[in-house]
Design a protein around this ligand. Sequence first.
Ligand code: SF4
Ligand code: SF4
Length: 375
Amino acid sequence: MGAIVKKPRVLDAAALGELFEALKAAGHTLIGPVPRDGAIQYQPIDGVADLPAGWSDFQDKGRYRLNETGEASLFDYASAPQSWKRYLHPPRLKLFSARREKGRIRFDDEAEPIPKYAFIGVRACDLNAIAIQDRVFIGNGQIDPHYAARRERAFLVAVNCSRAGGTCFCTSMGTGPRAETGYDIALTELIDDRGHRFLLETGSDAGESIAAGLDAAAAAPEDIDAAAAISERVAGNMGRSLDTEGLPEILAKNLSHPHWDAVAERCLACSNCTMVCPSCFCTSVEDTTSLEDGTAERWRDWDSCFSGRFSYVVGGQVRDSTRSRYRQWLTHKLSYWHEQFGSSGCVGCGRCITWCPVGIDITEEAAAIRATDEA
Ligand code: SF4
Ligand code: SF4
């Protein structure tokens, strides 16, 4: 991604389709927000008509609901249940297949086509989550070729949030609500007496190249001020907050705190929190063989610190209780991720709170440990 090129333009909402067509012409498959099955889902889209016009969401602990607003807005929702992770780091991926032929093992060498995505509507928290996964998969000297190939070809269209969700706390984590970096194009949806339009900013050479071909005028100071006011309002309306001051150290010295037992009494160890988290990355590898036709496949699947088999080593599980699994998850996210990857492992998207079936809230659990810091 090239240097940030701040050159704000204004794109009329009626011309948003031009941006999509330009991305398609550049060979990208569009992935964007779609209202489906009662939730916003990031799925392949064809154009503006697929976007969730007039839909908004309500989110709280263990609760999610889509509401029809009747408004013209196209991006008036907070975090979708699934993040972009499922496209850059697929939940299930075939690593190779082989078969026995004339008494020898023959590896199938047909290469899987690498998708060239354009993500439409990436929130600031998720840009930060992608940056985290970049450090995990391509930034630590060990390159994951599957992630690297998808990531290299991806074009990111960020959309700044116009409303904070009930479980959002990106301001606490320094990851939002305004996209600062990591995007190719960033949009802010503006609807006021000057019309329905988008402030368009470019963040890379690729973004500038696409934007230059659009029918978008230079932004007026009023447009820039209106976008800044939206981000300021959203920052002041976060659904949650998390005091991160000294938190890594507090958690690290409270591994025997009784609050881990209290959480374990409620936690179902269902793994929902890790599946929806945009930065969780753990996987397991599974081999399958067919006795019928002599073929074998190796698959990589998302896994979770909440699954019993994940910490199984010879002789048993390293983490054999829900208490130890929840503690592992939370302390990794908020404490020793810093040491491992140079940042928090949490971007404050709120998904783990919304999608926890029993309403366990990472901000409340961390605050409870802080409030009764025993060490
Ligand atoms: S914290 Fe909630 S979502 Fe996570 S494993 Fe426990 S019950 Fe499931
Ligand atoms: S830990 Fe929860 S709030 Fe933090 S990034 Fe993951 S899903 Fe979002």
